[in-house]
Write a protein that binds this ligand. Structure first.
Ligand SMILES: Cc1cc2nc3c(=O)[nH]c(=O)nc-3n(C[C@H](O)[C@H](O)[C@H](O)COP(=O)(O)OP(=O)(O)OC[C@H]3O[C@@H](n4cnc5c(N)ncnc54)[C@H](O)[C@@H]3O)c2cc1C
Length: 201
């Protein structure tokens, strides 16, 4: 078996989302070195990839369609409104890709932060194993965020379901949506849909 490389950092961070970036940038400002280990979601984690950014983008796209259909709004523009959902998703993907570069990847440049794309395993003694490397931190920060919890509802798996992660990747608008849960992030995920023409309850 190949021997793991051993690296020492002031801070080793599990995760590569908003929390990880805030910590790594602050550590850099204070003169410390960091290793940021991220996998599953791309760099930037939930907010830029499947959370705040895409949900608000789709909300705005949905609003544009909704308001153009509603005669009560004084500034109605002429012409039949049309919702090109696949195009809205493609535009959203382009924006997310750009923001991943400008707000995350480029922010790392010139800083004492090493970004490692790998699933990390926390080990005793403030160590993290990632892609065959053994990273040792003076401090270790767990910033792994959260992921959708699928409730144990009979028949749910067979029926199929969407989460905020899979909903954001759909190329076709669902005709109907049944929403389970009422947290803010849930409403943020789905509110873009009814304004674009989907029925939901
Ligand atoms: C639909 C939606 C809309 C939202 N809108 C807003 C909003 O408008 N305003 C707002 O303030 N907040 C909003 N939020 C909440 C916000 O997105 C989160 O609070 C924030 O992204 C959490 O950041 P984090 O760094 O803690 O976790 P995340 O961004 O989830 O980052 C964690 C990262 O760690 C990775 N990871 C997990 N385990 C490991 C491992 N073992 N090894 C390596 N990597 C690992 C994950 O894949 C992920 O990339 C929204 C959330 C959702 C879902």
């Amino acid at each position: 078996m190949p021997r793991s490389r051993h690296d020492r950092f002031d801070l080793v961070i599990l995760g590569g989302g908003a929390a990880a970036f805030a910590a790594a940038i602050r550590a850099d400002e204070l003169g410390f070195t960091s290793a940021m280990v991220n996998a599953d979601l791309p760099i930037g984690g939930t907010c830029v990839n499947v959370g705040c950014v895409p949900s608000k983008f789709l909300l705005e796209a949905g609003n544009e369609y909704f308001y153009r259909q509603s005669p009560q709004f004084a500034c109605n523009l002429p012409g039949t409104p049309k919702c090109d959902f696949p195009e809205a998703i493609a535009n959203k993907d382009r924006m997310v890709q750009k923001l991943r570069r400008t707000n995350y990847l480029e922010v790392l440049e010139g800083r004492k932060i090493e970004y490692i794309e790998a699933s990390g395993v926390l080990l005793p003694g403030r160590k993290v194993r990632a892609r065959g490397r053994l990273l040792e931190g003076h401090h270790v920060l767990i910033a792994t965020g959260s992921s959708p919890k699928i409730p144990p509802i009979e028949g749910l798996r067979e029926a199929g379901y969407l989460t905020n992660r899979t909903l954001m990747r759909r190329k076709e608008m669902p005709k109907e949506l049944l929403v389970l849960g009422g947290a803010r992030s849930v409403s943020s995920s789905v509110r873009c849909m009814p304004t674009s023409g989907a029925r939901f309850g």
